[in-house]
Design a protein around this ligand. Structure first.
Ligand code: CP
Length: 305
């Protein structure tokens, strides 16, 4: 595997290997402190990011490598009309690996086809965000000790939420997983995700508009933000943005062992009072993102500890 464009580029064995490496990095950080000495990552971010860009950069720095890149299309020659392919071919002259976020679906794939160095999709439009999914998987594994026999509730914008589509795709490969898909009618999981992933693999799922009804059976609650930037119509965004706000009262019927994840950023869909609940693991999830990206960078560069 040269690139990571879609979570399905990774087999279950490769995901297990990345999770295992990330766990070893967490336990033995010194062992990894220089494994990427003289290597450079280019972070090419055509869309805003806090976690993904900074965690890729922190990951490479903690592996002993260095970082170049840009954090907005306006700061690059894309502003003068340069194509993604030409930018990637240029960056290949300076860096050993690329992490790219782009608002257009397929842009990181185009970059990967034009260069010999590895390209990581750091989020392409409403399409995919595979390293967020690896982050989510490491978090689920650290909290639950397994990927199997879990009831996973996904709540919020399940239509445009690329992290949800990738998580469904990844978790569908494990035995005994059931999904509860909680969204307004207008933001339901797209039909192709249901037919090509859930139905095709006989994965049990239910769709509901009620977070309260779904809560008691959940092992994982994956909250998401209603994304203003994906709406064509501001009125629709305003109407739907506050549909689900997780408060302590809504957790009264939840399992004591529930784990609450969120890819972040949050707006108001999780009350800040929840942050001190031990079931809230979304800031642990952010930190896990750095460790799993360290493992991924090493894998794609062919580096062993
Ligand atoms: N989860 C995530 O992708 O966050 P950023 O947009 O801040 O990178």
């Amino acid at each position: 595997m040269k690139d990571l464009i879609d979570i399905r580029d990774l087999t279950e064995a490769e995901i297990d290997e990345l999770v295992c490496t990330a766990e070893d990095i967490i336990a033995n950080p010194d062992k990894y402190a220089e494994v990427c000495k003289r290597k450079k990552i280019a972070t090419l971010f055509y869309e805003p990011s806090t976690r993904t860009r900074l965690s890729f950069e922190a990951a490479m720095l903690e592996l002993g490598g260095s970082v170049i890149g840009f954090s907005a299309a306006a700061d690059s020659s894309a502003a003068k009309g340069e194509s993604v392919a030409d930018t990637a071919k240029t960056v290949e002259c300076f860096a050993d690996i690329i992490a790219m976020r782009h608002p257009k679906e397929g842009a990181p794939y185009v970059a990967s086809k034009n260069v010999d160095i590895p390209v990581i999709n750091a989020g392409d439009g409403g399409h995919n965000h595979p390293t967020q999914t690896l982050t989510d998987l490491l978090t689920i594994h650290r909290e639950k000790g397994t990927f199997e026999n879990l009831v996973v509730g996904c709540c919020g914008d399940l239509k445009f939420g690329r992290t949800v589509h990738s998580l469904i795709s990844a978790m569908s490969r494990y035995a005994g997983v059931k999904f509860v898909l909680i969204s307004p009618e207008e933001l339901k999981v797209p039909e192709n995700v249901k037919t090509e992933i859930l139905d095709k693999n006989n994965i049990p799922y239910v769709e509901t508009t009620s977070l309260e009804d779904a809560m008691p059976e959940l092992d994982i609650l994956y909250m998401t933000r209603v994304q203003r930037e994906r709406f064509f119509n501001e009125a629709d965004y305003v109407r739907l943005k506050d549909t689900y706000i997780l408060t302590p009262e809504k957790l009264e019927n939840a399992k004591k062992t529930l784990s609450i994840l969120h890819p972040l950023p949050r707006v108001n869909e999780i009350s800040v009072e929840i942050d001190k609940d031990p079931r809230a693991v979304y800031f642990k999830q952010v930190k896990n993102g750095k460790y799993i990206r360290m493992a991924l960078i090493m894998k794609l560069l062919g580096i062993k500890a």
